[in-house]
Design a protein around this ligand. Structure first.
Ligand SMILES: CC(C)(COP(=O)(O)OP(=O)(O)OC[C@H]1O[C@@H](n2cnc3c(N)ncnc32)[C@H](O)[C@@H]1OP(=O)(O)O)[C@@H](O)C(=O)NCCC(=O)NCCS
Length: 184
C-alpha cells in the first residue's frame, strides 16, 4: 500500500452511486453461508440503494467516511450518533455516550493490505471528535475475519443480538471499544 495516494474523507451526495456499487460487492461478504441469496439481494436493493445512501448522507446524526485512491472508492464506514434504543444492546455496553459503527466495508481487492486499519483509525478519531467515549458495533458471529480485525483494533465482545435478513434471523456479536480519554 502506498499511503501517499490514499485519501480518507467524508462522503458527499456525489458518492452515493459509488457507495452503492461498493456495498453490493462487500455486503455479501459479511453474511453467513446460510443466508439466502434472495434475502441478500433484497437487502442490497432496499437498504444499500443510492437513495438510501442519499438519506444517510443527509442525516446529521450519521457520518460516512470514504477511503479513496484517485477516483476509486475502496472502503467506507458509517457512524450513527446517539446511544442505542435497543435495551438488549444498551445493557451489554459499559460506557456512554457511545456511537454505533453501523457499516465498515473494504473492497475485497484491498483486504489484508492496511486500508481497513487506516479507515478504522480515521473512524475512531471521528467518533472521539463527535464526543463519544466508546464505539459499539454488531457483526455476524460467523464473520471470523471481521471479529479478528475488530479485536485487533481493541474491540471486545460484550454481548449478542439478532439481525433480521429477509426471512432469516442471523446472530451477531456485539463488540465495544472504550476510546482513550483525551489528555486534560
Ligand atoms: C472486515 C474487514 C473490514 C477487515 O479488513 P481486512 O483488510 O480484511 O483486515 P486485516 O487483514 O487487517 O485483518 C483481518 C485479520 O483476520 C485474520 N483472518 C482472516 N481470515 C480469517 C478467518 N477465517 N478466521 C479468523 N481470522 C481470519 C487475518 O489474518 C487478520 O489477522 P492478523 O492481522 O492477525 O493476521 C474486511 O475483511 C471486509 O471488508 N470484509 C467484508 C465486509 C465485512 O465483513 N465487514 C464487516 C461488517 S461488520
Amino acid at each position: 500500500m502506498d499511503p501517499v495516494k490514499l485519501l480518507i474523507d467524508r462522503a458527499t451526495a456525489d458518492d452515493a452511486d459509488r457507495l452503492t456499487e461498493l456495498a453490493a460487492v462487500t455486503f455479501p461478504l459479511a453474511c453467513p453461508a446460510s443466508s439466502r441469496p434472495e434475502d441478500i439481494q433484497h437487502h442490497i436493493a432496499t437498504e444499500l440503494s443510492s437513495a438510501r445512501f442519499l438519506e444517510h448522507l443527509a442525516d446529521p446524526g450519521k457520518t460516512l467516511l470514504c477511503l479513496r485512491e484517485k477516483d476509486r472508492l475502496d472502503a467506507y464506514s458509517m457512524l450513527i450518533a446517539g446511544d442505542p434504543i435497543d435495551a438488549g444492546v444498551r445493557s451489554s455496553l459499559s460506557t456512554f455516550p457511545t456511537i454505533e459503527l453501523s457499516k465498515f466495508y473494504v473492497h475485497p481487492d484491498h483486504h489484508g493490505r492496511g486500508q481497513a486499519s487506516a479507515l478504522m483509525q480515521a473512524t475512531l478519531e471521528t467518533a472521539a471528535q463527535a464526543g463519544a467515549r466508546a464505539v459499539w458495533l454488531g457483526t455476524n458471529d460467523e464473520n471470523h475475519r471481521a471479529v479478528r480485525f475488530y479485536e485487533k483494533h481493541g474491540f471486545t465482545k460484550v454481548g449478542v443480538k439478532t439481525f433480521r435478513l429477509g426471512s432469516g434471523v442471523e446472530n451477531d456479536f456485539i463488540l465495544e471499544l472504550v476510546l482513550p480519554t483525551p489528555p486534560a
